[in-house]
Design a protein around this ligand. Sequence first.
Ligand code: SF4
Ligand code: SF4
Length: 258
Amino acid sequence: MEFKNDIPTEENTRRLDENGTFRFACHSGVACFTRCCHDADMYLYPYDIIRLKRRLGMTSAEFLAAHTLTAFRENPQFPSVMLQMSDRPGKPCSFLSEDGCAVYEDRPYSCRAYPLEPAICGSGDGRFAISARIVRHGHCLGHGEDREWSVRGWMEDQGMGGYNEINARWARVSSLFQRNPFGEKPLESPALKMVYMAGYNVDSFRRFVFESSFLSRFDVPEARLYEVRDGDTALLILGFDWILRFLGGEGPLRERRL
Ligand code: SF4
Ligand code: SF4
């Protein structure tokens, strides 16, 4: 999570491995409560979108249109999806209520991780190694609280386990974008539009799987098909496997033999 008017210096960031420790606590009694939910520059991961669109009873396309914007950030070949802050004074997050986060159980990965910025090194099958940077913004008073956490303990407490595994798969997928597979004008690339759909617009990807020639071209076992038909997470992982095959010629999804 980044804040335009509060950029931490090098001295205020520290790299930690999974067992590294830090002092921190966040609760409704801190004077800065919800300050970090204003004017934040926040990436959304594909699994964040599934959790939030289900929570809000929206399709993925409706969620993307209502609550996100895209920007070319660390990867110049592929747009990042960012949470759109509201245009109310102070630019609070649209999900911020008087009582705090109104989507707390389904809040995005970056909100869970904060003040950590995890770095996930993943393989396409969900295996991963994780480390994190702890970032100390001036506005965040949680660093003055007397509670010690390990990185692993914080992630468990914040319910990040399932997210880590899926985000690790996405880390492998997005590493393919570094090779410039979309050509000189990525925004005009039909391949980019397809990959963006498979990553972020799971309801459209479902139609692509079931209403195009997808299943005659790729060998998807019956049991997996059953999970994918109704399950967004299984479908998302199929989407990742399709991108790995489509862009990288790798991964578990096989083309059918003719
Ligand atoms: S302590 Fe930090 S994370 Fe918690 S509400 Fe305050 S600014 Fe946000
Ligand atoms: S989703 Fe919730 S925790 Fe995250 S910025 Fe919005 S209100 Fe804050």
